[in-house]
Design a protein around this ligand. Structure first.
Ligand code: UDP
Length: 243
């Protein structure tokens, strides 16, 4: 399935993709975005609900991780840059401010969420925060009931993979409009709790290394998905050459 996932990765540049997000807000269409890194794609290989979410024709997969960009490039797909979840989140909050849109935030710790709410109120005061729930004290499906009743324009879910993607995908059909994104650790960064990699790391495509250096417990998780990912991409390249 890896080939199918990679062939679905959105080839637009970050700016073009951000413009499409803004259009979806203005036109009040429904858009479900999965921010993919190698870990997402490898987990999908053994998690049917995540695989279904990725392969749904409505789902837009963007390359959050440099590994996904490089893999797609090596398979001759014209994907040139990352579209990180944290920047998608920030763009949507900024546009929600400019367009007076309704926002729901679900996930992360209570402390992180409170800090992020304060930042939204300070920096993007016209974004209407219609609700926020931390990711530890609530039932996912009940939170989605609450979100559906509020019909927000932006729904950011920071619960980690695959929970955030499968939850959003399971409930998507209930919504007429809205931009829905699983944003992983973005609330931790946007709230100021965790520092994002310095620009130099970002420019060199080494943001993953920064995250491992900051929390070494990530190393095992990183290796156990990225090594099989590299091997699988190498196999795909060989197959491509034979064809
Ligand atoms: N999280 C949560 N509830 C849980 C487990 C995790 O809300 O039961 C949050 C966690 O606080 C963090 C996010 O989910 O904000 C996942 O972050 P991580 O850095 O693991 O995601 P990544 O960006 O690596 O996918």
């Amino acid at each position: 399935m890896l080939k199918e996932y990679l062939s679905k990765v959105d080839p637009r540049t970050k700016d073009a993709f951000f413009a499409a997000l803004t259009d979806a807000l203005k036109e009040e269409t429904r858009l479900f975005v999965v921010t993919a890194n190698p870990e997402t794609l490898m987990l999908a290989e053994k998690t049917p609900a995540l695989s279904d979410a990725l392969l749904d024709p409505e789902t837009v997969i963007v390359p959050d991780g440099i590994g996904v960009v490089r893999a797609a490039e090596s398979l001759a797909r014209p994907i040139h840059e990352r579209v990180p979840g944290v920047e998608i989140s920030e763009h949507l909050l900024r546009e929600a401010d400019g367009l007076n849109k309704r926002v729901f935030l679900y996930g992360a710790s209570d402390e992180t969420l409170t800090a992020l709410q304060a930042r939204v109120q300070r920096e993007w005061p016209n974004a209407q925060l219609v609700g926020a729930k931390n990711g530890y004290d609530f039932d996912d499906d009940q939170v989605m009931d609450e979100i559906a009743a509020l019909s927000p324009d932006v729904v950011l879910v920071a619960l980690g993979i695959p929970r955030q993607e499968t939850l959003l995908h399971r409930h998507l059909g209930r919504f007429q409009k809205g931009v829905f994104v699983g944003v992983g650790g973005s609330f931790d960064v946007l709230s100021g709790k965790v520092r994002r990699a310095p620009l130099l790391f970002q420019k060199l495509g080494l943001e993953w290394l920064w995250r491992i250096l900051r929390s070494p417990s990530r190393l095992k998780r990183f290796l156990s998905s990225n090594l099989p990912f590299l091997a699988a991409v190498r196999r795909l390249k060989k197959e491509n050459r034979k064809q």
